[in-house]
Write a protein that binds this ligand. Sequence first.
Ligand SMILES: [Zn+2]
Length: 279
Amino acid sequence: MNYFDFHCHLDTQELDETREDILHEMKERGFGACTIGVDLKRSQIAVVLAQSCENIWCCVGQHPVDTYTEEFKASEYQKLIDEHPNQIVGIGECGLDYYWPSKDVESGEKTTEQLQVEKQRQQLLFKKHITLAIANDLPLMLHVRSSAGTQDAHHDVLEILDLYQNSNLPKVVFHFYTEGPELAKQIIDAGFYVSFPGVITFGKKVAELEESVKTVPLERMFAETDTPYAAPAPYRGQTNNPLYVEHVYKKIAELRNEDPEIVRKQIIQNTQDFYNITF
Ligand SMILES: [Zn+2]
């Protein structure tokens, strides 16, 4: 395997026209990927995709805000995990997203009391995923987004994870990491991982994030596209796809001033270890 997209959504309708070609090219060029569920139905689709391609694996779980109304049914996810142990390599994406609910308070659509209720809903949902991950010894794929200009959700996530530190907590990754080096250090010191998206290629505007890429130990990071969103330069603004992850790998090497081949090999190794897969 030459490159591996650590986190993407291959089932997205944005890829309906191109999916087959992309999957074909991925196989030809030695690209692998983990496609991520955001609710029960899309988790089931992720499993089907992983079953149909030997270079694709998947995570199953419920996004903190993508599906506000869905009731999380642990037994349904457990059934999926039991039936597809070779495809399902992690639980998520799950976590806390205070960004959107906080915006609703700013715009007057929600009261601060409703925001508190929403935060509690998300925290409970997150804890159910942690329990599922521990029960199956599967790593946790976290979506964490704080309200603008703060790190409130990140701090709450770290606090919640701390409650489980003596409960055989599996490996934990903060996907789409775009924060600065101080928070990255806290995450690494707690024993967790970060996954960098195409945003690291955006130049001057992301100087803080670039600092994170430089300072996080190479053994503790991954590279992702989060397809279909946030395509890296030189494809900014276009629909993303896992083939573009190559640009994230190369940018990591460039920012760290390290040999791209050494960086590539190490991130591939990290990915195999994290998901407990071999290719
Ligand atoms: Zn995602």
